[in-house]
Every structure is written in C-alpha cells, then in structure tokens.
Design a protein around this ligand. Structure first.
Ligand code: GDP
Length: 369
C-alpha cells in the first residue's frame, strides 16, 4: 500500500495523530522532542460508507475496506538538511513515502514546549519546507553537471530530458518554491510524469497541510488554521483541520459512545476520516468494489486506470487473461437494489480493455486462465 509521511516540527502532535490513526499506543506521545525515533508505519482503513450500503443490499458477511499506510517520521528541526537532529535519516524516510502530510501546530498550550519558543504554524511549515527544498536543491545541483555532459555528447535522450526536468525544478527551488509548483503549473508535460517522479524529489511529492487545532476549534477551525489553509492553496497543497487530541480520544471509544461524543463536538464524523480520504485522493487513488455473499470489498486503483489494470489489483492472472468487466455504477446498484435490478434497467454494462474504471464501479471480471 502507498505511504503517507507524517512530518512536522517536534511537539506539533504528530505522534498523537499517528496513534489516533492506528488506534495503538505504539507511537509514544510525550512532551519532549525526538520522542519518535524509528519511523512507525501503520496501516489504516480508508473509511468508505458505500461499502456498508453494498453489503446490506447483497447480504455480504464481511466488509473489507481499502488501506493506506501512514508513517510517523522522527521530529525535524531547523538544519535537518545539514544533518541536524535526525536530519539525514529523516529525509531518507520521507523520500521513501508517496505523499507528505505536514502537521502544523495550530493549538496554543503553554504547558507544551514549542521548539522554536512561539506558536506560528506558517513559520513552522516554512522551516520544514525550506529543509526539504535545500535537500532537493543540493541533490539536483550535484547530479546536474554529469547529466549535462552526457546530454551534450549527444545521443543520450534520457539525459537530455532529465536535464530539462532538473532545470524546471531548480527554477522553482532557487526562488524558494517547492518543485511541485513546476508540475502544477504545467511546466512538465504529462508524458514526462514518470521521468519527473524518477527524480525522487522531496518537494514534488503531493502535500497535505494538517492543521492541528485546539479541542474547542475541532469543528470550526481557528485563526491559525485559516492562515495555514490559505497558504496551502498557494503552495498547491491540500489542507485539513483536525484536533489530534480529540481524535485520539475518539479513537478509544466504542461505536455508540463515539457517535454521542461526535455530536457534542458538532462533528459529523471523526476528523481522521476526512484526513484519510484527503490523503487517498492526494495520492491519486480511488476505489472500485466487488460484492458477494462472502464480502463487500474496496480495491485501490489510480485515477485513470483501465479495466485490465483494475483487475490486476486482485490478481495478475485477471489482468493477463482479461476478457471483459461486468460493471454497474454504484448509484445504479443502489437505486435498483442490486445486480438483478440493475440488469433489468439496462445498467449492467459489459466493458472492454479500454474502459477507464470510475470511482465506485461495482465490478466482476471475466478472464481466461
Ligand atoms: P510530536 O513530537 O509532533 O509527535 O508531538 P506529540 O504527538 O508527541 O505531542 C506533543 C504534546 O502535545 C503531547 O503532550 C500531546 O498530548 C500534545 N498535543 C498534541 N496534540 C494536541 C492538541 O490538539 N491539543 C493540545 N492541547 N495538546 C496536544
């Protein structure tokens, strides 16, 4: 499963958030820097209310949601790109992830030390983004001369392409912007996406700013989170407001108590659900479903995947021997109360190799073995 790195300065609430996400006490939360040393990885179910609806219609015994991983990454301080704190380790762990959730401290609590001695989430984010930008800048500048030589000597088309991508990234980084901006502004052509990703830049990874607010602001956000959300838009990042403290309490409650607690807080669902869904979308992921008496299950695919690629997620044989995909849109499946009803109403489609699977498709694959 794909991995989302949880990143931020010490004492912003990363471990609290990670614990809530994974509902374990394994990532110790404590009031001092560098509490989390080894990266902790936790698998998290992607909340999917549609699966319950499908399971009810079909009478499925079990519900199997899609999953993504969150990695709690050791606290970063100013100077990480120079090896300060757990700098190098920290950067390597982030490089290994597919997207980044930056946690910004938007709660004021004088009992909890802030490494910089003040509450300023934007400045915090800038410290981190700056470290990542410096790391990218230095690694690219190191790689560039060699590649330029190869590109100049002619013949090496890959090197020439890489050089142009590196220069596009450097143009943003030298102006103090994350490399992702080059891609978002359309300066990298879509055909070169793979090569762009191969550069393995820290600041080209999709980013989500997590505003960790005080308990009282869980449903509304506060002045600080507003500032961060505005900044996210400018950085081509997403943002989400959450109270890690409350989420860790919600995570410990059973279903009934949880509902009641959420209502008193004015929340429709745990903030974590929003966070997980945002992260899933951030990774360019979506789900299709398979249903049967045994299970109703979500399968993870990339936006734009074809039917055979989607089949391959279940089993490589499904992709190799793909014949066709029997498909019903989720809305039709619900509206006509299952497959038989959907068939009667002409909503049961036979789709071929070229079909681009849509989020929520209920599918059954026909294949040769
Ligand atoms: P990390 O260093 O970023 O992993 O931060 P931790 O998750 O260990 O949190 C540091 C301290 O801040 C702990 O004492 C937490 O209980 C506290 N904390 C985390 N989130 C919140 C929050 O939303 N509100 C308040 N008041 N305290 C929080």
């Amino acid at each position: 499963a794909l991995k989302v790195a949880i990143v931020g300065l010490p004492n912003v609430g990363k471990s609290t958030l990670f614990n809530a996400l994974t509902q374990t006490a394994s990532a110790q939360a404590a009031n001092y820097p560098f509490c989390t040393i080894e990266p902790n990885t936790g698998e998290v179910a992607v909340p999917e209310p549609r699966l319950e609806v499908l399971a009810k219609i079909v009478g499925s015994k079990e519900i199997i949601p899609a999953r993504i991983n969150f990695v709690d990454i050791a606290g970063l301080v100013r100077g990480a790109s120079k090896g300060e704190g757990l700098g190098n380790q920290f950067l390597a762990n982030i490089r290994d992830c597919d997207a980044i959730a930056f946690v910004a401290r938007c709660f004021v609590d004088t009992d909890i030390t802030h490494v910089e001695g003040r509450i300023d989430p934007l400045a915090d984010l800038e410290i981190i983004e700056t470290e990542l930008m410096i790391a990218d800048l230095e690694s690219l500048e190191k790689r560039l001369p060699q590649l330029e030589k190869r590109a100049k000597s002619g013949g090496d088309k890959d090197a020439a392409l890489t050089v142009s991508l590196i220069n596009a990234a450097l143009a943003e980084l030298r102006d103090g912007r994350p490399a992702r901006v080059a891609y978002e502004k359309g300066k990298i052509s879509k055909e070169d996406t793979k090569a762009w990703e191969m550069l393995q830049l820290l600041t080209s990874k999709p980013a989500l700013y997590v505003c960790n607010v005080d308990e009282a602001s869980a449903s509304t956000g506060n002045d600080l989170s507003e500032i961060v959300s505005k900044r996210a838009a400018a950085d081509h990042a997403k943002s989400v407001v959450i109270s890690a403290q409350i989420e860790s309490e919600i995570a410990l409650l059973d279903a009934d108590e949880r509902q009641e607690f959420l209502e008193t807080l004015g929340l429709e669902e745990p903030g974590l659900n929003r966070l997980i869904r945002e992260a899933y979308a951030l990774l360019g992921l979506q789900s299709y479903f398979t249903v049967g008496p045994k299970e109703a299950r979500a399968w993870t695919i990339h936006v734009g995947d074809t039917a055979p690629q989607a089949a391959g997620v279940i089993h490589t044989d499904f992709e190799k021997g793909f014949i066709r995909a029997e498909t019903i849109a989720y809305e039709d499946f619900v509206k006509f109360n299952g497959e038989a009803g959907a068939k009667e109403n002409g909503k049961f489609r036979q789709e071929g190799k070229e079909y681009i699977v849509k989020d929520g498709d209920v599918m059954n694959f026909r294949f040769n073995v």
